[in-house]
Each structure stands twice: as structure tokens, then as C-alpha cells.
Write a protein that binds this ligand. Structure first.
Ligand code: CMC
Length: 436
């Protein structure tokens, strides 16, 4: 029903009380109006026209998308219609990657072909290893991998052909294949260990673990529970619709930059502690708290707004993040193998307080995906610097699915928001001698 009560009308009536004029704008599918329809609202004919003001894009749909659905109120997350818990339980990261990119679950032969394609692009050019050797021994892994991804654009000039679907697909498979290699090389550099080349007979996650942890020529056999846990974490992190880094990927992609350049930009956004860097920030926070006895003082700081409870809160979820509950279950399985992470008690106590106290409940501060994932990564032997990288490897697929959708969408144009200008009006240049 529209505001004036007529059933079925798909328009919105707007009255400008400055002028007394009435306007009618179409309501489109998805209960949205076109922001450009507001431009007709003016006081004078030479006015620019009305815009919406939405810092942080809290209520602006920047695209139509068929990739990922989230209902933040109900705690629902689906990739291409499939509930995240079913995918985490029954699928694999590469199958989910195919699903996100192509829109449908693969047949066995489609999956075999995709796995083969990804597997045979895992090597990186030796010049990339030389590039990595130029980093300081203590360089952050995320900075190294981000640079490695950006550098790849110079190895594949055909990646610039973003209008060519075959060229796009080639870069997509390359990026999915090479991310674990770059990540493992960054880790080995940090540890001062020689790089381990990809072993193409291993699966995606096993190959990654092998490149990370194999010492010498001895065969490395990843524990199947840990290998599966990492694959589940990859599934859970694969996409999350129009978040900060996906939006970055789309914004850079909208300028028709090559996908390596766009993806390294998206990684930069992910690196921030309010986004994918939160898993690292959670571990540092838990380590700083140190013991359950110190929690009351820490929580007082949060209530006084001197501290932020990292790993809690979400722009979209106003209920328990569905990924967090799957990760919590996975953590139990991992700790059976690795032993219990001593920081778990602190994490559980923080969660208990947050779920029961008005300050946190009123602000919908539930654990998000980053709260328990760091505990698993640490138990598996990853240093905290690797945590955001472990987020970026699977999210590569989501970024690429969003990028592919953007380039196939005839409504998309180069991203270029407006501003409300509040600076000086025109004034004359003052020479140095006359400045006060
Ligand atoms: N600890 C304490 N207070 C918080 C927190 C937190 N983690 N998150 C939000 N608040 C408070 C905030 O102070 C504000 O209170 P008030 O209204 O009294 O000023 C209120 O809750 C609303 O917060 P906001 O900052 O306006 O919310 P937002 O939607 O802009 O921010 C967020 C979302 C994820 C950036 C924020 O919740 C946060 O900083 N969380 C901690 C970092 C984190 O865990 N990030 C990972 C997000 S999930 C992984 C991903 O997809 O990136």
C-alpha cells in the first residue's frame, strides 16, 4: 500500500515542504527507489537537485546481486541460495568457489575440471619469490601477499582485457590457485625457512598446509581433522555480499582495472582491524587480557568506550553471526587434536558477559566470524600476522564473483559518489608575505 492508501501502487509520494511541490517516484523491486529520481526535487530551476547523504553506505544498495544473501535480523547467510551450515557440513572450498562464481553446484566432471584448472596454476613466477626476498624479515604477511598480488598484474598483461570472459576466467583461476602459494611464501619468509613449491597431487587445503609446514624433504601429512577444519573456515569466509572489501573490489573494478590490482586493493580494505584484521586484533586483545581475573577491568573499559570488544558487533548481523556458531563447533574438534587453547576460557567468559548484559544486548553485540577463528588458527600453529591472510585466501573467490557480476551488469558505471561541500567559498590567493 502506498502512503496515500491506494493498494498496489508501486510509487512513493514525496512532498517538499520548502516549495509545497509533490513528487512521485517509482518503487522498484527490492523496495528501493532510484537515488537519481530525487534529483528532480529542487527549490529553484538552477539548483543541483536533491541527493541522499549516507556516510558508510548504511542504507544504500550499490548493486543488484545474485551471489550472497544475508538476513542480519534472523542470522541467515546463503551462497547462491544454499544455507551456509549445509555448505560447511557437506561441501568443499573449491566446490563452493565454483558455486559462487558460476551460480550452480558443479556436476562431478565440472568440479574435476575446475579443481584441475586451479591445481595447475598454483606455481608463481620465480621473480615473485625474488620480490618477496626484498622484504624485511619481520614484514607483515598481509603487506607481502598484497604486494605479490599487485605484482602479478605485471606478469599477465592480458588481465587488462576485462571485457573478454575467457581472459577473465583465466585470471580468476590463477588468483584462486596462487593465493595459498603467496600466503605460504610470506609465512616461510617470516620464519626464515626455504619456500616449499606446490605439490599438485595434493588437495587445495592440504597443498597449502604442505607449503606452510613441511620441513626438509620429509613428507608432510596434514592431520585430516585440521585439514577439514581449515577447509570449513575457507567456506565460511568465501563471501559476505557488499562488505567493505567487496565494495572496494567493485569500486576499483568499475574503473576497469585488471583483477590483480583490484584484488590487492580489496585486500587493503580487509586488512583493517574493523574488517578482516579483526581476527588478529581479537587474539592480541585476548593475550592482553591474559587471564579471566582481568576481564572485569577490561569490560569496564569497554563500557566507558575506552576499549572495543574485538570480534563482536556487525554492521549487518543483529543476531548471532551464523558463521560464528559453526566456527565454535569446529574449534572444539580442532582442540581435540591440538589441545585446548588457553585463551579459550577468556573468550568464553567475554561471550557470556556480552550475551547477558544490557550494554551489549542493546547494541546487538554478538560474536562475529572473527571471534573464535583466531583461536583455531593459533592452535593450528599460525602466527597472528597470518590471520588476515587466512581470511583473504578464501575471500578471493567472493571478491572475484562480485567482480564478475559487476562487469556483466549493464547498469553499473564507474563508481563516483557525490559530496556535500562545506569548505570555503571562492577566495583570492594570498602571497606568502601577506599571510598572517
Ligand atoms: N565493542 C564495543 N562497542 C561496540 C562494538 C564493539 N565491538 N561494536 C559496536 N559497538 C558500539 C558502538 O560504540 C556504538 O555504541 P553507541 O551507539 O553507544 O555509540 C554501537 O555499538 C554501534 O556501533 P557502530 O560502530 O556504529 O556500528 P557499525 O555498524 O558502524 O560497526 C563494526 C560495525 C563491525 C565495525 C563494529 O561492531 C566493530 O568495530 N566491531 C569490532 C571489530 C570487528 O570485530 N570487526 C569484524 C566484523 S565481522 C568480519 C567482517 O566481515 O569484516
Amino acid at each position: 500500500m502506498s502512503e496515500n492508501g491506494s493498494e498496489g501502487a508501486k510509487t512513493l509520494s514525496i512532498r517538499d515542504n520548502r516549495t509545497g511541490r509533490n513528487y512521485e517516484v517509482d518503487i522498484l523491486d527490492g523496495d528501493v527507489i532510484r537515488a537519481m529520481d530525487l534529483r528532480q526535487i529542487k527549490v529553484n530551476e538552477d539548483d543541483f537537485g536533491m541527493m541522499t547523504y549516507d556516510p558508510g553506505y548504511t542504507n544504500t544498495a550499490s548493486t543488484r546481486s545474485k551471489v550472497t544473501f544475508i538476513d542480519g535480523e534472523k542470522g541467515i547467510l546463503r551462497y547462491r541460495g544454499f544455507p551456509i551450515d549445509q555448505l560447511a557440513e557437506r561441501s568443499s572450498h573449491l566446490e563452493v568457489s565454483y558455486l559462487l562464481l558460476k551460480g550452480e553446484l558443479p556436476t562431478q566432471s565440472q568440479l574435476d575440471d575446475f579443481v584441475h584448472e586451479v591445481t595447475f596454476h598454483t606455481y608463481v613466477h620465480e621473480n615473485i619469490t625474488e620480490l618477496f626476498s626484498g622484504f624485511r624479515y619481520d614484514a607483515h604477511a598481509m603487506g607481502m601477499v598484497m604486494s605479490g598480488v599487485a605484482a602479478l598484474s605485471s606478469f599477465y598483461p592480458e588481465a587488462k582485457q576485462v571485457d573478454d570472459p575467457d581472459a577473465r576466467w583465466q585470471q580468476i583461476t590463477r588468483l584462486i590457485a596462487k593465493m595459498p602459494t603467496l600466503a605460504a611464501y610470506a609465512y616461510r619468509h617470516h620464519r626464515g625457512l626455504p619456500y616449499v613449491y606446490p605439490e599438485n597431487e595434493l588437495g587445495y587445503t592440504a597443498n597449502f598446509l604442505n607449503m606452510l609446514f613441511r620441513i626438509g624433504t620429509r613428507e608432510y601429512k596434514p592431520n585430516p581433522v585440521l585439514e577439514r577444519a581449515l577447509d570449513i573456515l575457507f567456506i565460511l569466509h568465501a563471501d559476505h555480499e557488499q562488505n567493505c572489501s567487496a565494495t572496494t573490489m567493485r569500486v576499483i573494478g568499475s574503473a576497469h582495472a585488471d583483477p590483480y590490482s583490484a584484488l590487492s586493493g580489496a585486500m587493503g580494505a580487509l586488512y583493517g582491524p574493523l574488517h578482516g584484521g579483526a581476527n588478529e586484533a581479537v587474539l592480541r586483545m585476548l593475550t592482553r587480557i591474559g587471564s579471566v581475573d582481568n576481564i572485569p577491568a577490561f569490560m569496564d573499559g569497554v563500557r566507558r568506550r575506552e576499549e572495543r570488544l574485538m570480534g563482536f558487533g556487525h554492521r549487518v548481523y543483529k543476531a548471532y553471526d551464523p558463521r560464528a556458531s559453526i566456527i565454535k563447533r569446529t574449534a572444539d574438534e580442532v582442540f581435540e587434536v591440538t589441545g585446548r587453547n588457553p585463551l579459550l576460557d577468556i573468550a568464553l567468559e567475554l561471550e557470556k558477559i556480552a550475551l547477558n548484559e544490557d550494554f551489549f544486548v542493546e547494541r546487538n553485540l554478538y560474536p562475529n566470524v572473527d571471534f573464535y577463528s583466531g583461536l583455531i588458527y593459533q592452535a593450528m600453529g599460525f602466527p597472528v600476522e597470518m590471520f588476515p591472510v587466512l581470511f583473504a585466501i578464501p575471500r578471493t573467490v567472493g571478491w572475484l564473483a562480485q567482480w564478475e557480476e559487476l562487469l556483466n551488469d549493464p547498469e553499473q558505471r564507474i563508481a563516483r559518489p557525490r559530496q556535500v561541500f562545506e569548505g570555503s567559498d571562492e577566495r583570492d590567493y594570498v602571497s606568502m608575505a601577506d599571510r598572517g
